[in-house]
Design a protein around this ligand. Structure first.
Ligand SMILES: [Zn+2]
Length: 312
C-alpha cells in the first residue's frame, strides 16, 4: 500500500461506509472506473452517471468540509492545498468566467447567492460588479476569513438545507454552485433549494467535472477528479441535464470552453512531479515562478447556466 493510500484509509477508519445504487436511475450494474479500497467508482450501465459505492455514509459526508479541507496536506486525494494562497488565481478565474457569461448575468445590484463560497473569491468579483452578495459555507474559519477580508454581511454557516430558511426566498438574480453537486449526497435537493431562492428570471450557474471527457478517458484512474472521499458523483453533459431537469431547471449554456482555471506555477510543478512523474529537477523552473498564474483548460469540466422552468 502506498503512503497516500495508507493516509486515506486511516482517515476513513472511524467513518461508516455505505453502498448505494445509481442516484439517477437506481441500477447497480456498470463498469468499474476505479477500484481504490475501500472505495469503488462505477459508471452506471443505464445512464452513465459516475458514482462512488461504497462511499462515506451520506449522513456524514458534510463532516469532511471543515477548515482542514482548505489546507489539505494530501490535496491529490482530498481538499485544497493552501486555498488562501491561491486566492489571486481564483479571482482571475472568476473574472474570466463572468466575462464569458456576461450576456446571461443579471444586472447589478441583483442579489447573488453562492453555495460553498470557500475563500469568497466569487463573491468578491460579484461585489466589485455592484451586486449584493450572500454566501453559504460549511468551514467556519473560511467564513470568518471572508468576513474579515471583504467585510461582507450575509455569510451563513452550515449546510444549504440548514440555512435555507434564513434566505430571502425568490429574490436572487443568480445562485452559483462551483464544484458542489459532485460532493453532496442529494444534489437534486440542493438544486431545488437553489430554485426556491431564485427569482423567476434568475439563473443558476454551476461547474462540475465531466466523466465523459477525453481527458478522463486518457488519464484513466489517474484523472485528478477521482478523489473518492469527496467526489461521490461524476456527471457528464447528459446526466447533468437530467439532474437539472429533475430539479426544475432547463439548461441555457453547457460548455467546457470556459471551465478552465488559473493555476499557479508552483501547483503545476507539484502536479507534474506527482501525477506525471517528472523528476523534481525538471519541474524546478516552474517552481521558481511560484505564484504567477497560467490559464489551463483540460476540457474535463462543464460550466452550466440554467434557468427555472415554469412549474408543470
Ligand atoms: Zn444510472
Amino acid at each position: 500500500m502506498t503512503s497516500v493510500m495508507k493516509d486515506l484509509t486511516q482517515r476513513t477508519a472511524g467513518l461508516p461506509l455505505e453502498e448505494v445504487s445509481c442516484y439517477l436511475c437506481g441500477r447497480t450494474d456498470g463498469d468499474i472506473l476505479v477500484d481504490d479500497p475501500p472505495f469503488v467508482v462505477r459508471l452506471c450501465a443505464g445512464c452513465e452517471l459516475g458514482y462512488t459505492s461504497p462511499r462515506l455514509h451520506g449522513d456524514r459526508i458534510h463532516e469532511l468540509y471543515d477548515d482542514t479541507y482548505f489546507n489539505s496536506e494530501r490535496s491529490e486525494d482530498f481538499g485544497y492545498a493552501g486555498y488562501e494562497l491561491d486566492l489571486a488565481g481564483y479571482l482571475k478565474t472568476f473574472r474570466r468566467k463572468l466575462n464569458a457569461l456576461e450576456s446571461h448575468c443579471p444586472a447589478p445590484p441583483a442579489p447573488i447567492l453562492e453555495v460553498g463560497c470557500a475563500g469568497g473569491a466569487f463573491l468578491k468579483v460579484m461585489h466589485d460588479r455592484g451586486h449584493e452578495v450572500w454566501g453559504i459555507e460549511l468551514a467556519r474559519g473560511m467564513l470568518d476569513a471572508v468576513r474579515k477580508r471583504y467585510g461582507f454581511e450575509h455569510l451563513l454557516l452550515g449546510r444549504f438545507d440548514e440555512v435555507a430558511t434564513d434566505l430571502p426566498q425568490g429574490r436572487f438574480g443568480m445562485v452559483a454552485m462551483f464544484d458542489v453537486i459532485e460532493h453532496v449526497p442529494d444534489p437534486a435537493r440542493e438544486l431545488a433549494l437553489a430554485r426556491d431562492a431564485l427569482r423567476d428570471d434568475g439563473i443558476l450557474v454551476l461547474q462540475t467535472q465531466d466523466v465523459s471527457s477525453r481527458t478522463r478517458k486518457l488519464l484513466g484512474r489517474r484523472w485528478h477528479h477521482f478523489k473518492q472521499l469527496e467526489h461521490i458523483y461524476h456527471f457528464s453533459p447528459s446526466t447533468v441535464r437530467e439532474l437539472l431537469s429533475r430539479a426544475g431547471f432547463e439548461v441555457v449554456v453547457l460548455t467546457r470552453r470556459h471551465a478552465g482555471k488559473y493555476v499557479s506555477c508552483a501547483e503545476i510543478a507539484d502536479r507534474a512531479h506527482r501525477v506525471v512523474g517528472l523528476p523534481r529537477w525538471l519541474c524546478a523552473p516552474m517552481r521558481w515562478m511560484g505564484r504567477s498564474y497560467i490559464y489551463l483548460n483540460p476540457l474535463d469540466e462543464m460550466l452550466v447556466v440554467a434557468r427555472k422552468r415554469a412549474a408543470p
